[in-house]
Design a protein around this ligand. Structure first.
Ligand code: ATP
Ligand code: MG
Length: 424
């Protein structure tokens, strides 16, 4: 019985489909390929990797480790996180214990009784700027020493890289660049050295490539072979909605399910789940179990596009600011709102943006980020897609949400400027 996904990653009986993707990733793991998993926000990257590791661990043929670097600030944090997550009651335990023997001893606790959070803090105390590579090498040695092939999944590496690269004003600093260069060189060297014994999978809620491009460090991603995670097809989404409906005792006709997909335009699993949840609540509130097309409309308008529905989508803006910085985000916001209100961002309008921000660059003496750069990120991270000669939103939901939130009385920045310059 498929259960609702909520907002966090899902696995096991909450995980639906993705058989093709799971098989493709299993093949890559078997080949020892290092993978960079890319997709737009909320596509189910973390869930896919978690489910993959769960299935691989179940076979007993793989040593699996999953780390989330959302809260990490530096390479030492990363190594401590990997070491703590590699800790297992059997197998790797003893060896991880050996690497950190004196640290554990100093903590005066029995390692068997420590939580992962505690282990992380304890390990971290023994890792610093000077020894993180050596400790990291030792942890990799342990991971690859057993009979089983190891799979190391690192989620949110781009968030850590971004944090290291930029200062408080979101400028790439020479020191940040040096540190990221060192971290990624080490990861690359380690990956190459252990090829065949360990397979790494990188993922993140923001893309790694645009961040590395900003810093001129793109070559570091070379050992990772990209794998694009796509939205669900209409067929898959319709089946998922059918299973969810069965689990929660409601009746959604094929027509109703198709209409839900049509509204979304792009069936991002999180949005499919969200839509089901809103429709389910809507039916519960009216004490019914049967949905009509009118119910779909109501759940979309008053649920998905409500202030609470939108708060889920607030995530998108935060992540965009991470990649583009505040200045770039201002440009992105304007472009996205124009696209949402017009339905399409045509070539002429792109030209107006280019001209406007070129003027501004000259006025301020700044050059980054350019409109071209912003459009590249918006396309890479799946907000916009090429359409005709211009761009449009990939997701119907995101488009409607953007229009609702920013579209009222909106005037593109070049129009505002033109008005301000007009003689009174
Ligand atoms: N295979 C799946 N089956 C069922 N629901 C899914 C699946 N994949 C994703 N979801 C839904 O999407 C939500 C987000 O999933 P997940 O956190 O894995 O996405 P993500 O791509 O890692 O997101 P982010 O961009 O924020 O990192 C889940 O809570 C769930 O509702
Ligand atoms: Mg994720």
């Amino acid at each position: 019985m498929l259960r609702k996904g909520g907002g966090n990653w899902v696995e096991g009986d909450r995980f639906f489909n993705r058989k093709v993707e799971l098989n493709a990733l299993k093949e890559r793991v078997a080949d020892g390929t290092h993978t960079l998993l890319t997709a737009q926000r909320r596509m189910g990257k973390t869930s896919l990797v978690r489910e993959l590791l769960r299935q691989l661990a179940e076979t007993g043929e793989f040593e699996t480790v999953f780390v989330d670097l959302e809260a990490a600030n530096n390479p030492a944090d990363m190594v401590a996180e990997i070491a703590a997550q590699a800790w297992k009651p059997q197998g790797v335990l003893q060896t991880v214990q050996t690497v950190f023997a004196n640290i554990i001893e100093a903590a005066g606790e029995r390692v068997e009784e420590m939580s992962i959070a505690n282990l992380k803090v304890t390990f971290r105390a023994g890792i610093n700027d000077g020894n993180w590579k050596q400790k990291g090498d030792e942890v990799f040695e342990i991971l690859t020493a057993g009979d089983c092939q190891a799979v190391l999944a690192i989620d949110e590496l781009p968030v850590l890289v971004n944090r290291m690269l930029k200062d408080g004003d979101e400028h790439v600093t020479p020191e940040g660049k040096r540190m990221v260069d060192e971290l990624l060189s080490w990861l690359r060297k380690t990956g190459q050295l252990n090829k065949g014994r360990i397979s790494m999978i990188l993922s993140g809620s923001v893309g790694l490539e645009p961040i590395l491009e900003q810093a001129g460090l793109s070559a570091h991603a070379n050992i990772f072979s990209g794998y694009d995670l796509n939205p669900w097809s209409e067929k898959t989404s319709v089946s998922c909605l059918e299973e969810l409906a069965r689990s929660y005792g409601i009746d959604l006709s094929v027509e109703v399910r198709r209409e839900m997909c049509r509204r979304l335009r792009c069936c991002i699993p999180h949005h499919v789940q969200m839509f089901f949840d809103k429709l389910h609540h809507h039916l519960e509130n009216s004490c019914r179990t049967n949905a009509s097309l009118k119910d779909v409309d109501a759940a979309y308008r008053y649920g998905m596009l409500s202030v609470r529905g939108q708060s889920d989508l607030k995530h998108y803006e935060n992540r965009l600011e991470i990649v583009l910085g505040r200045a770039g985000n201002v440009i992105a916001l304007d472009i996205l709102t124009t696209t949402a209100t017009c339905g399409i961002l045509d070539e002429d309008t792109v030209g107006l943006y280019l001209a406007h921000f070129l003027d501004q660059d000259e006025d301020n003496g700044t050059s980054v980020p350019s409109v071209v750069n912003v459009l590249h990120v918006l396309e890479h991270d799946g907000y916009l897609e090429r359409f005709g000669g211009g761009y449009r939103f990939v997701s119907g939901l995101l488009e409607d949400w953007w229009k609702n939130r920013y579209g009222r009385n909106f005037e593109p920045v070049f129009e505002r400027q033109r008005r301000d310059r007009r003689p009174i």
